[in-house]
Design a protein around this ligand. Structure first.
Ligand SMILES: Cc1ncc(COP(=O)(O)O)c(C=O)c1O
Length: 432
């Protein structure tokens, strides 16, 4: 298997070849690493069956969806359009669970009903959604799930905590009685019980979430046969971060699900919904250094791709590893994972007219210098950890920059274009 990054050292010749062939900025995804992550999740210990749903909001490129679902994962979709995209990628509806903030009316509702009849799974995330879907589900004998808002969550930043009372995802614990009233009124039963407490969750809270959800099921959901613990499995992008231990988390979940069986006589199937863990470290943004500046405070290096490629530092204060490769791709000049030769500090900025367009922001939005080996204009600068929530979440047309191309490094070592660069005509085509 050819890997883009072994022992934390990026393969400069692959990066150089991609930059030369497709121009910069571009995204490059490492098939071997993505498949490894898929396998790790599928192999997670479980008691009575496991379904791993890839949270496709992390990255919805159809080639990646196909790769991941061919590896045995199902999908978590967060909008009707995501469901349609997944279907276009060849994923059968029965393998897709729709967990959404959307409320479908009119033509969207008709589409939803059509897809539910074809096997799409649906998770009610509010009392209103439940009230809207329950009569139809009862009439058509369609099984729907329920997303519980547990009131406790965890995320890498406050904006990624989806379980605490500052967020509004799911039917709050305090509304479970209302949900049951609606279920009784329309004659449906809840078999699939779901939570998602946030992205990059603290592992301790993820475990507490397992305990909490099982106790909620024991108390409130006598018909449940499936428990979904959501996504949020922590990935480590930077050398100082620690990733969640998936086998250990799985062993804990298995133990608790077995205990639940011993106590209640009910065997629950387990589901998880990783997005970040599957794809984050399998993606790299390849950019070129186009300018250098300094103030009395800092040096700045300016890249030809920034917030429109990776908005996570701006949105969350997230840190991503930076690698510098010589302009011909011959060698790695600087790696985040080997600081012994670092002799220079610089803020890494993009080309947007926005002071927050930096890859090195802190949690307060200040651009802070990062240590590195001093790069030169035209060198290639690679940002790691951008497989998830970068291409799919990018404000790509800001300053009228086009959406960047996406390239897959196959496990055999070939570079394959999986999304072309957007053209200026495409950017303008809907303007009247
Ligand atoms: C319902 C649901 N499941 C799973 C995920 C995936 O989370 P992560 O990428 O942190 O694994 C999300 C992300 O927001 C989500 O909303």
């Amino acid at each position: 298997m050819i890997r883009l990054n072994d022992f934390s050292k990026i393969s400069s010749n692959i990066v150089g070849q991609a930059a030369h062939q497709y121009g910069t900025p571009l995204y490059i995804y490492d098939e071997a690493l993505i498949l490894e992550r898929c396998k790790e999740c599928i192999d997670m210990p479980h008691a009575y069956g496991l379904i791993v749903r890839y949270a496709m909001k992390a990255n919805s490129n159809r080639t990646l969806l196909k790769l991941i679902t061919d590896a045995g994962l199902h999908l978590d979709a967060s909008s009707l359009n995501e469901v349609i995209r997944a279907s276009i990628a060849g994923v059968p509806y029965e393998k897709i669970m729709l967990t959404t903030q959307e409320v479908h009316t009119g033509a969207e509702r008709e589409k939803l009903e059509e897809l539910l009849k074809k096997g799409l799974r649906y998770n009610a995330c509010s009392l209103f959604q439940l009230e809207m879907i329950a009569p139809y589900a009862a009439a058509e004998n369609i099984d729907i799930g329920i997303r519980i808002h547990p009131g406790i969550g965890s995320g890498e930043s406050a904006t990624r905590n989806t379980g605490d009372d500052y967020s509004c995802f799911g039917i709050h614990l305090s509304d479970i009685k209302e949900a049951h009233k609606l279920a009784k009124k329309y004659g449906i039963k809840f078999h699939h019980i779901h939570v998602h407490i946030g992205s990059g969750a603290d592992t301790k809270i993820w475990r507490q979430n397992i305990d909490l959800l099982l106790s909620i099921i024991e108390e409130h959901f006598p018909d449940a046969d499936t428990v979904c613990f959501g996504g949020g499995i922590k990935e480590a992008r930077m050398p100082e971060e620690t990733a969640a231990d998936v086998p250990l988390l799985g062993s804990y979940a298995r133990m608790r699900v077995e205990e639940f069986f011993n106590k209640t006589g009910r065997k629950l199937k387990t589901e998880i919904e990783p997005g970040t863990y599957i794809l984050a470290n399998g993606g790299y943004a390849v950019t070129r250094l186009i300018d250098k500046k300094k103030t009395t405070r800092s040096n700045f290096i300016i890249l030809d791709g920034g917030m429109e490629i990776n908005a996570r530092p701006l949105l969350y204060g997230s840190k991503h590893p930076i690698y510098i490769v010589s302009n011909d791709g011959a060698r790695v000049i600087s790696s985040e994972f080997d600081s012994t030769k670092h002799d220079f500090e610089a803020v890494v900025a993009g080309k947007c007219c926005e002071s927050g367009d930096s890859q090195t922001l802190d949690m307060d939005g200040h651009a802070v210098p990062r240590s590195m080996v001093e790069p030169h204009i035209e060198d290639i600068v690679v940002i790691g950890g951008v497989g998830a929530y970068c291409s799919s979440m990018s404000p790509h047309n800001y300053n009228s920059h086009p959406q960047a191309p996406e390239v897959l490094l196959t496990k055999e070592g070939e570079l394959k274009l999986i999304r072309k660069q957007q053209t200026l005509e495409q950017m303008l085509e809907n303007e009247i």
